[in-house]
Write a protein that binds this ligand. Sequence first.
Ligand code: PDD
Length: 285
Amino acid sequence: MTTKININGDIQDEAFISILDHGFLFGDSIYEVICTSQGKPCFLNEHLNRLYASASGISLEIPNTSKEIKEQIQNTLNSAENDESYIRIIVTRGIGEVDIDPSSCLNPNIIIFVKGIPQIPAESYRKGVSIALVSIKRNSADSLNPAVKTGNYLNNVLARIEAQKMGAEDAIMVNSLGQLTEGTTSNLFFVKGGRLLTPVKECGILSGITREKIIQIAHKNGITLEEGKWSSEELFNAEEIFLSGTVKKIMPVTVLDNRPVGKGIPGPITQKIMKLYSELLDSLD
Ligand code: PDD
């Protein structure tokens, strides 16, 4: 599996960014993660739309059109020649003074990082993973809006560290009102009374592309889905829980705070969504 890095159109095996780039100095950057399916980037338009929305969310102007970015992604994929690839597009504020003022940064850096797709053990999908409700709160939308996919993930990093200390693989964060939000790199779904529930965007989440696809799948297949505001207690008597994201796709959760979720195995609605999502990926051309 090959790694290739495209910096502003130049494709290399290894690449370096200046320590004067404000992306490094202040986390002043945005990014997207895309995976390929049958060699082609999945939901590319949706991801690029979110990239431009994130840029606008931090008042950063991407100097390239989405057509140009698509071409550069394809060049990098061609150069890597992996069967399936993980693609990370990072746009940083660029090099500037060692000063928080971004006005000295004249040229954003556009980095397209391509590597082989991470292999998630099949056992994780068969048995499910463990999560913990952590004390670290999700950023509130009026500080660093979670809807903007910035390179500043320290909030999520701290949540992951806390979860690991609690013996769990991932964390679920609540917002400052105690409402469920999302995982560190994934959205949250749970089942109660046979209904599929997920925190509504106003709770302060990244509106995941996978999440949007699951909502469409549920509507098309007669699965009752509700977006809403729920406290963390609601999760403790959930019948099923799963996480969604570009890399992990649909990941069943069978342990919450060291206690089994439902019967302690991936439940029927989770399995149905996993199957339908995998069929959706297979049907893309
Ligand atoms: N993360 N919430 C957060 C905080 C995320 O970072 C992500 C994605 C998601 C799911 O979004 P999507 O379905 O569009 O991938 C939700 C990517 C995969 C990452 O940072 O690796």
